[in-house]
Ligand binder design. Structure first.
Ligand SMILES: Cc1cc2nc3c(=O)[nH]c(=O)nc-3n(C[C@H](O)[C@H](O)[C@H](O)COP(=O)(O)OP(=O)(O)OC[C@H]3O[C@@H](n4cnc5c(N)ncnc54)[C@H](O)[C@@H]3O)c2cc1C
Length: 441
């Protein structure tokens, strides 16, 4: 698939919403079997990652006549669930790389610039290219921002140097994380610390997976006893929000002689001295030395979202994440705006598997909105990740709002590790992910 030269929607005069609504409403009476819903809406999607591409492909199929514009500067598309495999020395970076243009539907205009400001009153998005786009409907799919700079002394370019690993900032950084860990393995002894941030994060299982694969590699080196391994969490005896998985992980780590340091948030590093400073809830500090440090940056919606009127105004996500209804994924104050993917401020939902469940909900609710109906589809918070428990074994963690377990397969227990789930993670999820980008699942 390739982008075409669909006429641009820049600064067109806004058409009457009534006209658009009535037109779409009348045409929505056409039987579904006859195909797509007619609409002349100008739809702007911000973010060309997993969520933006999935909803773009779905809307391209579901609507006839709508003008779809996708905004996102990144040329390369990253299959992020592969990052933990790269950082664990199992995959090469090229395995997670494709091009954004490869996933675009034919009837969509792609603008390879980023959004720089939102004006929801005027229904406009400004771009880093200097353009301004008018929209009738906006989908915000701009993912997570990695706030490394909130850790004093840290920046993304430090990953891979001075014993610092961090799996998040792209395939090259995942590879550099592996290189830093290999340095520890070569040394044959030392202290490895793994951290967790206190903000919501994408793939909350990733810090645990990195710890488990690293433990496997230390055990395989034959020198496990020469390494001191610790996990530092900001929370009290908690490393994962769903109790059954939290208990499993803490128990397993105890068996593996890992030390849990709790109620400590990483606030500063001194890379030269290989020391990390943690802050306790009472404001006091603790300094820990390390030979290898795997750190998780605090995360938020990108600045352009969190500093805009689109962000939550109050509550736990205030000023950090996109304000949407957690079930309909429609903005709570601007009904012509929807959110999807990591950017949304909902209790759960920051995995690609969540995007797979969110995309049909957002698609249906957009069709409803364009047809003048109330949103009819609900997202239940479904989140899933194959929680790698060692190299060669994993557990398919699947849950939703309230921490309810939501197993998909009757033959896979959501609380048991197996080789089959490892194979699923290593071999089967990537094709399923690409089918999701195409809007086919
Ligand atoms: C290490 C790691 C392991 C993971 N493991 C798993 C797993 O096992 N299973 C699973 O389901 N999920 C996993 N995930 C999570 C999954 O990759 C994300 O949840 C998913 O990519 C979310 O899609 P998204 O479109 O919201 O964000 P992204 O895919 O990150 O895309 C966001 C896009 O928005 C763009 N953007 C940012 N700012 C702007 C702007 N101002 N204007 C326009 N565009 C902008 C970005 O450049 C990017 O292209 C993992 C993630 C990581 C990092």
């Amino acid at each position: 698939m390739a982008a075409n030269n669909y006429p641009p929607t820049l600064n067109r005069g806004r058409r009457s919403w009534l006209q658009l609504g009535l037109g779409a409403g009348a045409l929505s009476l056409v039987p579904a079997a006859l195909g797509a819903q007619q609409s002349s809406a100008r739809i702007v999607i911000v973010g060309a990652g997993a969520a933006g591409l999935a909803i773009a492909n779905r809307l391209s199929r579901a609507l006839r006549g709508a003008r779809l514009t996708l905004v996102g500067a990144r040329q390369a598309h990253h299959y992020q669930p592969g990052f933990t495999l790269i950082a664990s020395g199992l995959w090469q970076p090229h395995r997670v790389l494709t091009q954004t243009r490869d996933w675009l539907p034919a009837d969509l205009q792609w603008i390879d610039a980023d959004a720089s400001a939102f004006d929801p009153q005027r229904r406009q998005v400004s771009l880093t290219s200097g353009q301004t786009l008018d929209y009738d409907l906006l989908v915000v799919a701009s993912g997570c921002q990695l706030n490394y700079d909130e850790i004093e002394g840290m920046s993304a370019d430090r990953v891979g140097r001075d014993g610092i690993g961090s799996v998040y900032a792209g395939p090259d950084k995942a590879s550099a994380t592996n290189a830093a860990f290999e340095e520890l393995l070569r040394k044959g002894e030392g202290r490895a610390l793994f951290t967790l941030c206190d903000t919501p994060l994408k793939c909350a299982g990733a810090p645990l997976k990195m710890t488990f694969t690293s433990l496997s590699r230390l055990e395989a080196s034959g020198r496990r006893a020469a390494f001191d391994v610790g996990f530092v969490t900001p929370f009290e005896q908690q490393v994962f929000a769903v109790p059954v998985y939290n208990q499993f992980v803490l128990q397993r780590w105890q068996e593996q002689q890992l030390t849990l340091l709790d109620q400590r948030r990483l606030t500063a590093i001194d890379p030269g001295a290989r020391q990390a400073q943690f802050t306790r809830p009472d404001g006091s500090h603790a300094v820990e030395s390390y030979d290898y440090l795997h750190l998780v940056p605090p995360m938020s919606a990108p600045d352009v979202v969190r500093r805009s009127e689109l962000a939550w105004q109050q509550g736990p996500f205030a000023g950090q994440w996109l304000e949407v209804d957690q079930y309909t994924l429609q903005h709570r104050r601007y009904p012509e705006i929807f959110g999807i993917g990591d950017v949304v401020g909902t209790p759960f939902g920051k995995t690609a598997a969540s995007v797979k469940k969110q995309a049909p909900v957002v698609e249906q609710n957009i069709l409803d909105y364009l047809a003048g109906r109330e949103p009819s589809a609900h997202y239940n918070g479904y989140t899933s990740c194959p929680l790698i428990t060692s190299i060669g074994r994993a557990m398919l963690a699947e849950f939703g709002y309230g921490g309810e377990l939501m197993p998909t397969f009757p033959f896979i227990s959501p609380t048991e590790e197996s080789w089959a789930v490892w194979v699923m993670k290593e071999k089967m999820l990537q094709p399923a992910y690409y089918a999701m980008l195409e809007g086919r699942v």
